[in-house]
Design a protein around this ligand. Structure first.
Ligand SMILES: C[S@@+](CC[C@H](N)C(=O)[O-])C[C@H]1O[C@@H](n2cnc3c(N)ncnc32)[C@H](O)[C@@H]1O
Length: 290
């Protein structure tokens, strides 16, 4: 990743965020707060202390902002959170090596990774420990992570550089936008989405990322024979995922119709999963092929 891309990253991103702030539709009401409280369990920052518009979009306060386009419903809340000095410095030191920009458009994996290899895409890697572990364990594959939470992005690129991980790139952007604009059709070998925000309340269910439209986009990006792997610790969300996935034409449940899968060996326990386990939650994995 060139220095030029880093320079481009700031100004482009700022315009997009301002564009979003002009849209009433794209800013959800402060009532979303409590339901989103789990998001910041990942880095321990306080969620309920900043109600209202800013709580849903703290982009203005961030030095390093996620990239996204205007949309009516978003599956996440952007929060200032706590950025350690290490995470902040990571953007200047490690972004040129690990960062990809939504605004660079369609990606050529061979050029970006400087080799031909199967490509795995993970959406919502949180603080990134499990994605990094997978990238190290499966060095024969290319890994692309997408996350909107700046401290998580800062952390993963920092650790990746320390551990000299060479098969990982990240977008700090909205997954819907990246899938639509950057990921070529029929190109992914594996798509993974682990413990997406459950948006528990009925009125917030529409913010869940697993919806028919989103999964159809994922299916379009997957090569024939590729794998879709979802996991959640929220039973009702697991049932919703199963319903969506089982009724999509062209996908086959690896575990058998309407059955949840055993956790595959390649998926490490994630940070959010560990938190759920402490609260006594179950875990449901879904594995489908195209
Ligand atoms: C509950 S956390 C789970 C994190 C991690 N997978 C784990 O298991 O520890 C869900 C993550 O998805 C991210 N997220 C939600 N919607 C997203 C989107 N549209 N694009 C990118 N990231 C998203 C959130 O920022 C959050 O960090």
């Amino acid at each position: 990743m060139s220095h030029e891309s880093l320079e481009k990253f700031g100004p482009v991103k700022k315009n997009v965020v301002e564009d979003n702030l002009e849209s009433d539709e794209s800013i959800m009401a402060g009532a979303e707060e409590k339901d989103a409280a789990h998001t910041n369990e990942l880095d321990g920052s306080q969620v309920d202390s900043a109600p209202g518009k800013e709580a849903d979009d703290a982009s203005e306060e961030l030095e390093w902002r996620p990239e996204y386009k205007k949309k009516a419903i978003r599956s996440y809340v952007i929060r200032a959170g706590r950025m350690t000095e290490g995470q902040k410095n990571a953007f200047s030191r490690c972004w040129p090596q690990y960062g990809l920009s939504l605004f660079d458009g369609s990606i050529d994996y061979t050029e970006v990774f400087e080799r031909e290899a199967p490509t795995v895409l993970e959406v919502g890697f949180g603080m990134g420990a499990s994605l990094l572990q997978m990238a190290e364990a499966e060095s024969d594959k290319n890994f692309i992570g997408i996350e909107v939470h700046p401290p998580g992005v800062g952390r993963i690129i920092n650790c990746a550089r320390e551990q000299e991980v060479g098969n990982l790139k990240v977008y700090m952007a909205d997954a819907v936008d990246v899938l639509t604009d950057c990921i070529p059709d029929n190109s992914l070998d594996r798509f993974q989405l682990y413990f997406p925000d459950p948006w528990h309340k009925k009125k917030h269910n529409k913010r869940r990322i697993v919806q028919r439209e989103f999964m159809a986009l994922v299916q379009q990006k997957l090569r024939v024979g590729g794998l879709i792997h979802l996991a959640t610790d929220w039973h009702e969300y697991a049932e919703h995922m199963m319903e969506v996935m089982s009724t999509m034409e062209g996908l086959t449940n690896c575990a058998g119709e309407y059955l949840f899968a055993e956790k595959p060996d390649f998926r490490p326990t994630t940070k959010f999963e560990t938190r759920g386990e402490k609260l006594g939650h179950g875990v449901w994995d879904l594995l489908f092929t195209k």
